[in-house]
Design a protein around this ligand. Structure first.
Ligand code: FEO
Length: 165
């Protein structure tokens, strides 16, 4: 049986994953309005990934005989300065999520909850990927600068992302 303390912390993280999903979806809406369909597509896939992260944690709590307690989801920003600002905000957000996952991992160790430990190892690895892919996009945006052709090429590349990437 999962401890109350760990259950509360995972419930908090479920809320964080749902917030991240909304944040990415709001970012996707912004990119769609800027005619950057490739960026929007990439961000919508991020939205789906965040939902799956929330559900992984949701299922873990119920599988362990715990109780999921959903909380209200904070409203994400609607307006952004530019697509570069979107991606930088996404990276900052992922860094914050990484810190939260690390704290959860530590808590699982303190509580000697080995199955939570195994689950959270997956999230630790996932955060490395999340930060890496956003850093790469930000680097490419910086290389492109004000070159519209470069931006369209990058948009096309992001638009080709498949659901398994
Ligand atoms: Fe749920 Fe983007 O990490």
């Amino acid at each position: 049986m999962i401890s109350q303390k760990l259950q509360d912390a995972i419930n908090e993280q479920i809320n964080g994953e749902f917030y991240a999903a909304h944040l990415y979806l709001s970012m996707a809406a912004f990119c769609d309005t800027r005619s950057l369909g490739g960026f929007a597509h990439w961000l919508k896939l991020q939205y789906s990934e965040e939902l799956s992260h929330a559900m992984k944690l949701f299922d873990f709590i119920t599988d362990r005989g715990g109780r999921v307690a959903l909380q209200s989801i904070q409203q994400p920003p609607v307006e952004f300065e530019s697509v570069g600002a979107v991606m930088r905000m996404a990276l900052d957000h992922e860094k914050m999520v990484t810190a939260k996952i690390d704290s959860l991992y530590e808590l699982a160790l303190d509580e000697r909850d080995y199955s939570a430990h195994v689950l959270l190892e997956w999230f630790v690895d996932e955060q490395v990927e999340e930060e890496k892919s956003l850093t790469e996009i930000i680097d490419h945006l910086e290389m492109v600068g004000n070159d519209g052709t470069g931006l369209l090429l990058l948009d096309a590349r992001l638009g080709a992302r498949s659901g398994s990437d």
